[in-house]
Ligand binder design. Structure first.
Ligand SMILES: O=P(O)(O)OC[C@H]1O[C@H](OP(=O)(O)OP(=O)(O)O)[C@H](O)[C@@H]1O
Ligand SMILES: NC(=O)CC[C@H](N)C(=O)O
Ligand SMILES: [Mg+2]
Length: 509
């Protein structure tokens, strides 16, 4: 995942975009960027780091203009170089900037195509730069001096035909307006809304509704799969379906972990979905273990709090905050390297001994992915004097790699891959382990919007809805992005940086 935002306003939008990015920070902690447009000039600032570190007052002052887009990045393709921070820019046609959440599954073939057939140069290994160039090429071939909404929509239509994978996109056409579109499966979320000001109506598109509500925008609705929205710099708004066979298959992992609980995605309250996950997991536990001896339910902050609370209520067992989170450490799962993730769990969470001492505790997490968190946490619970340590996951076992914008590319890094629940239980050192059933997870989400026929659940069932995901592609992805090769690339990059600084088409200062 990553966070995207775009605003068309009546005064400088820099501060609102900055604020929206801080609200979306949980979707990407590695890099951030904002580009604004003032008349026909663009102003861009992007670099590695959290939003508060990337933008200093001196940058904000220069990010002028009444429309702009922003991005927070969690890399799932290419490298973590600051040159791959977003938004990306191409000068032709019109000057287009673009920010992307998701992952293209045919970006290698497209990159080749773009060079050979479209004569376009890609300077990074980012799939998002490829996506931008496909869109730019399709708009350019229409050859209009002033693009009209129908031109823009027809370019998006061509993007849907050429590009495979997951993509929620916001783009800005210099001097003309802001465009957003969602892939024909609607895997990644994007919504839009408006706010009234003295000077008139302002529009915002964002990955999650929480970015809108946090800034006083009223949520209009989510983009439909395949749909595009274009808001001109004058505040006119156009929408159009640009795909032939759109089918909503939203990513279920947004509800499990990625999104903030106070967001509403595709008409589902993430908070209520998580409550229902807790309830269904408790019902399963009671079915399978009616004479349990759990004394206390303890969540693993932050994300599991909501489901753990409802699980405890349904079990009628005490709910206690046994781990306190250091609020200055970010999310560990979206950190780039395993060593950093492992160290961060201990730095981030600290046990309150009296909640563990002599008790049978049920620790609840939203999901177990690599097993980094639960391994450490179970040890900490034992060190704090727990009698028995049981573990519950509000999601089913994560067994398959993700190819749509969550960085879990290597099956053998997933603790549940090819293992039974008993084997996982022994490996993490728990006295008992219980997982949510997939059907219960789907029901917990679908109850919020029964119109959704299918969720994108590939990490749980290995069923990839978008693109042509072959065994060969999964092997290729695993070789490219497993922890060891990422680590090697990062080390080489850090060494080059220390010696020479980054030499690229984008040099952050
Ligand atoms: O099995 P693992 O590979 O450890 O991954 C799963 C854990 O990572 C996430 O927490 P994270 O610290 O990222 O964020 P949170 O504070 O939002 O829970 C998630 O909530 C689980 O706790
Ligand atoms: N997590 C994401 O959505 C990442 C977007 C894009 N694939 C990148 O790596 O920059
Ligand atoms: Mg967590």
């Amino acid at each position: 995942m990553c966070g995207i935002v775009g605003i068309v306003g009546h005064s400088n939008v820099n501060q609102s975009i900055y604020d929206a990015l801080t609200v979306l920070q949980h979707r990407g902690q590695d890099a951030a960027g904002i580009v604004t447009c003032d008349g026909d000039r663009l102003f861009l600032r992007k670099d590695n780091g959290m939003v508060r570190d990337v933008f200093r007052t001196r940058h904000m002052r220069r990010l002028v203009g009444n429309m702009g887009i922003g991005h927070v990045r969690y890399p799932t393709a290419g490298s973590s170089s600051s040159a791959e921070a977003q938004p990306f820019y191409v000068n032709s046609p019109y000057g287009i900037t673009l920010a992307h959440n998701g992952n293209l599954t045919n970006s290698a073939a497209l990159a080749e195509d773009i060079f050979r057939a479209d004569l376009r140069h890609i300077n990074t290994t980012s799939d998002s730069e490829v996506l931008l160039n496909v869109f730019a090429h399709e708009l350019q071939t229409l050859g209009k001096l002033m693009p009209q909404p129908e031109d823009i929509f027809s370019a998006v239509r061509r993007v849907h035909e050429r590009v495979e994978g997951a993509y929620a996109v916001v783009a800005m056409i210099t001097g003309y307006g802001i465009l957003a579109f969602r892939d024909p499966y609607g895997v990644r979320p994007v919504c839009f809304g408006k706010r009234e000001t003295d000077k008139g109506t302002e529009y915002m598109v964002a990955s999650e509704s929480v970015a809108l509500s946090g800034l006083g925008f009223h949520l209009e609705r989510d983009l439909a799969p395949g749909e595009a929205i274009y808001i001109t710099s004058q505040g006119e708004i156009f929408t159009q379906q640009c795909a032939d066979n759109p089918r909503l298959n939203p990513c279920i992992f947004e509800h499990v972990y990625l999104a903030r609980p106070d967001s509403i995605i595709d008409d589902i309250s993430v908070y209520k979905a998580r409550l229902r996950m807790g309830e269904k997991l408790a019902e399963k536990l009671l079915r399978e273990w009616p004479d349990h001896d759990i004394d206390v339910v303890i969540p693993i902050p932050d994300t599991s709090r909501t489901s753990a609370l409802q699980l405890a209520n349904t079990l009628d067992v005490k709910f206690r905050e046994g781990f306190i989170k250091n609020r200055y450490i970010g999310r560990t799962f979206i950190m780039p390297g395993q060593q950093q993730r492992k160290k961060s769990v201990r730095q981030k969470l600290n046990a309150i001994e009296l909640e563990f001492s002599g008790k049978n505790v049920l620790l609840v997490d939203d999901s177990i992915v690599r097993g980094t968190t639960c391994n450490e946490i179970i040890q900490m619970a034992r060190e704090a004097g727990a009698n028995k340590v049981y573990f519950a996951s509000a999601a089913p076992p994560v067994q398959f790699p993700n190819v749509y914008g969550i960085d879990m590319p290597a099956a053998n890094e997933l603790i549940a891959h090819g293992r039974s629940v008993e084997e996982i239980c022994a490996l993490i050192g728990a006295d008992k382990l219980i997982y949510q059933d997939l059907q219960d997870l789907v029901d917990a989400c679908r109850e919020g919007n029964p119109a959704i026929e299918q969720f994108e659940c590939s990490v749980f069932d290995g069923n990839y809805v978008a693109g042509n995901i072959s065994r060969d592609y999964l092997d290729y992805l695993e070789r490219l992005r497993n922890d060891a090769s990422k680590h090697k690339r990062d080390r080489e990059r850090a060494a080059a940086l220390a010696e020479n600084g980054i030499i690229d088409l984008h040099n952050a200062e």
